[in-house]
Design a protein around this ligand. Sequence first.
Ligand SMILES: [Mg+2]
Length: 258
Amino acid sequence: MPSAFLLDLDGTLYTEGGPIPGAVEVLASMRGSTPFRCVTNTSSRSRAAILERLHRYGFDIGADDVFTAVLAGAGAARSQGATRLAPFVAEAALPDLQEFELGGGTSGRPLSTSPDAVLIGDLGDRWTYALMQEAFRYLMDGALFIALSRDRYWMRRDGLALDAGPFVVGLEYATGATATIAGKPSPEFFHGAVRSLGVGPEADVVMIGDDIWTDIQGAQRAGYQGWLVQTGKYRADKVAESGVVPERTLPSVAELLA
Ligand SMILES: [Mg+2]
């Protein structure tokens, strides 16, 4: 039995349709027996909104149990001394960035001066040429380039959908800059989540997720195990193509109850 679990949310514990069958019970059985953290790259909601959704789905979970890329992005901006931030994240995620002077992007406020940092998240079909152009100009003027994720796609109700990655890579291509990735698969993100569990460095930590690159390869590169679930965005052909070999592959997270 692993000493601690890191659990992805979207595609692993729930999808747009509701909780993955058995996931609520898995989390309930872990509580009090095995330390865990939920780690998500979702940048379409604040942590409070993510919690509200988890509670609606029946998960017994608190704010401290959830690590998000938006909070990690705020930490990255803070540690690099940024105070003025141009956010390109959904309005619903802005409450987690209140410590900064927000302007431009999706903040709904004008910028007084150029931003110290640009924060790129998943805007879905809200992306426009104008927003990409605005982010491009800030980056060319020297703003720090912080991306919440570089994820390629996720499983929406109607099928696979582009995530933040294609837009991040587009901006990298245009500017020649490389984004700092705040969420998964950044090793710092994984280490931060593990540290918060209070387990020692020798601990046998398992990351469970549906993204072969972000969840599985990311965890393995950080020194943890990666267990792949065949729910959410899972596709056998993409896994084979990736060359990444998960320590275990499970039909779903519910397998942990067996
Ligand atoms: Mg996922």
